[in-house]
Design a protein around this ligand. Structure first.
Ligand SMILES: Cc1cc2nc3c(=O)[nH]c(=O)nc-3n(C[C@H](O)[C@H](O)[C@H](O)COP(=O)(O)OP(=O)(O)OC[C@H]3O[C@@H](n4cnc5c(N)ncnc54)[C@H](O)[C@@H]3O)c2cc1C
Length: 533
């Protein structure tokens, strides 16, 4: 299959589309930690510390010596690579230190250090934050060494270290004949994905990643270790199911429900560009009638000098024979023969490797080379904006989306960019919008607009891409439909209601309970009070 050039191109496009395709005293009292059976850290608690003033190099050395993991400082050789996030547009971010924590106690020590020396802090798992929010000027608490994955087939649960990357999770879970629904990009971290929701190719059948979360272990701002589940700290569990990464504490481990692995069939159909609007309109009608077993997307690409591409892809939990009549009905609705079509059956792990753009690669190779010496994946530079479709589009609305891609091409002829529509519905929409912090439960589809660039792309093209996204946000997307918090967008003005809607009030309450002094703070973090309207 990998020798088929068309298929390789499709895998490449899928890969591109992984973008185109997320007062301390009162706190201590409110947590009643011992009563809930939470572990007491052997690390000192920040609540017991006073402000020790700016951190000296001796203080940083003391922190390094206190960790079972390691601390990388600007003088270390590894710093040049270790400071980088996935998106290479954040190349200028230079934290004062990166702590590779190996235990919850390491995390507590980092929090104690940061709060007592007034050092800004953030947590990092896979480093894929669209806003660069897993880096900061101060201390990055990196959890990537806490990445063990284990499956209990008697309870159908998986326990996943907060720094595990998706491909490694799928690998371990899949080898036990189980499935955890999640996103496509192999190097995305489980922490960021889960905390912001987790939309993926099995979401219509099994829900979001966060819908499958049973418990989460976190270190809260006061350095305590807390396990949130349906009984203890259930408010914190609720907030961790879509309330966004980096807001309430540093997660160290998650336990998820997993599911018996189904037979999986993948499909792709490409259509002539002249049929693009009809394809998009028909696809939106069609997904309203398809079973939960079928997830699909619809994509419009401007491929720079390669012109345009219109395609739909899907993942079906069932056989190719059972999928065939569903695809026939889509083709009939579109009324134009596809210019290319592919249907193939795979097991779950193979399917996730294809979705990851890693078809034919060993798992070790399906990583960034900075994470795994065998890694063959590279960082990329991109910008994005998200929105939602509340009701299936009319032909005129679909045409405006096609025109929007043509607009990108005419203003930035060498840039690659896309509008990608991901089907919602099914298990995603059966959860009430206030049952977890993930509020977007009545959508037909999510939309993501992206453009990406390379080292030699002229600045004028990159600026044109940004102007395109701004125009889309102002003129084409409907701001009242919301935006996906995992596609966090620093340019969004009313991000609080776009990401969290009516759940914001409760998230603010949880924030006040677990981080009243706002130690976990960045440009789009959950505030300690509701914004004034
Ligand atoms: C190429 C690409 C493909 C993607 N595909 C999908 C997809 O298919 N489906 C989908 O839903 N999303 C997808 N996303 C979006 C992705 O879910 C978010 O970017 C997510 O936040 C990334 O998580 P991370 O751990 O890799 O990132 P990070 O940058 O490490 O973290 C993201 C946020 O979570 C915080 N955080 C990190 N670790 C912790 C922790 N241990 N405790 C508390 N907070 C923490 C960070 O401070 C930051 O604010 C994709 C992103 C990229 C770049």
């Amino acid at each position: 299959m990998t020798s088929n050039p068309t298929f390789d191109r499709r895998a490449f496009l899928r890969r591109s589309l992984q973008l185109g395709t997320l007062t301390t005293g009162a706190l201590a009292a409110s947590l009643t930690l011992e009563g809930c059976g939470d572990a007491k850290s052997s690390a000192p608690s920040p609540t017991s510390t006073t402000n020790l003033g700016p951190a000296t190099s001796a203080d940083w050395s003391k922190l390094a010596a206190s960790l079972s993991g390691s601390l990388i400082l600007p003088a270390n050789r590894a710093y040049a690579i270790d400071r980088l996030l996935y998106n290479s547009k954040f190349v200028d971010l230079r934290p004062q230190g990166i702590a590779y924590c190996e235990s919850a106690d390491d995390v507590s020590r980092c929090l104690e250090f940061a709060t007592s020396h007034d050092v800004t802090l953030t947590s990092r798992s896979g480093g894929h934050s669209y806003g660069g929010y897993s880096s900061c000027e101060g201390l990055v608490i990196d959890v990537s060494r806490m990445s063990d994955v284990s499956v209990d087939t008697t309870t159908d649960t998986a326990t996943v270290g907060a720094g595990a990357q998706l491909i490694d999770v799928y690998n371990v879970v899949g080898r036990q004949g189980r499935l955890l629904p999640g996103g496509s990009c192999p190097s995305v971290g489980i922490a960021g994905l889960t905390l912001g929701g987790g939309v993926g190719v099995f979401a219509r059948r099994y829900g979001l990643t966060s819908d499958n979360l049973r418990s989460v272990s976190l270190v809260t701002a006061d350095g305590h270790h807390v396990k949130a589940n349906g009984h203890d700290h259930s408010d914190l569990l609720w907030a961790c199911q879509g309330g966004g990464g980096g807001n309430f504490g540093v997660a160290t481990s998650f336990t998820f429900n997993v599911h018996a692995m189904p037979e999986v069939t993948l499909f792709t159909m490409q259509f002539p560009w002249a049929a693009a609007a009809t394809m998009l309109e028909a696809w939106q009608q069609w997904i309203g009638s398809t079973p939960d077993e079928l997830w699909s997307d619809c994509q419009l690409f401007s491929q720079g000098t390669y012109g345009f591409l219109a395609q739909t892809n899907g993942v079906y939990c069932g056989s190719a024979a059972a999928l065939a009549p569903l695809l026939s009905s889509l083709r009939a609705l579109i009324g134009t023969a596809p210019s290319y079509s592919f249907v193939g059956s795979h097991d779950y792990l193979e399917a996730m490797e294809i979705e990851a753009g890693c078809s034919g690669l060993a798992i070790a190779s399906c990583h960034l080379s900075s994470h795994n010496p065998a890694g063959q994946l590279s960082r990329s530079a991109f910008s994005a904006k998200s929105s939602y479709v509340n009701a299936a589009m009319t032909h005129a609305q679909a045409q405006s989306m096609v025109a929007a891609i043509e607009n990108l091409q005419s203003h930035a002829p060498t840039l690659g960019g896309a509008l990608a529509f991901d089907s919602y519905g099914g298990a995603i929409n059966r959860v009430a919008s206030d049952e977890t912090a993930f509020v977007h439960r009545d959508k037909v589809a999510g939309i993501q607009a992206t453009y990406s660039w390379g080292t030699y792309t002229p600045a004028s093209e990159i600026d044109a891409g940004q102007a395109w996204l701004t125009w889309l946000g102002a003129e084409i997307f409907d701001p009242t439909t919301g935006a996906y918090q995992n596609y966090i967008d620093p340019t969004l003005s009313d991000w609080q209601s776009a990401y969290y809607g009516k759940n914001l009030k409760r998230l603010v309450k949880v924030k006040n309970k677990y981080d009243p002094d706002n130690h976990f703070s960045f440009a789009q973090s959950i505030p300690t009070s509701l914004p004034r309207r």
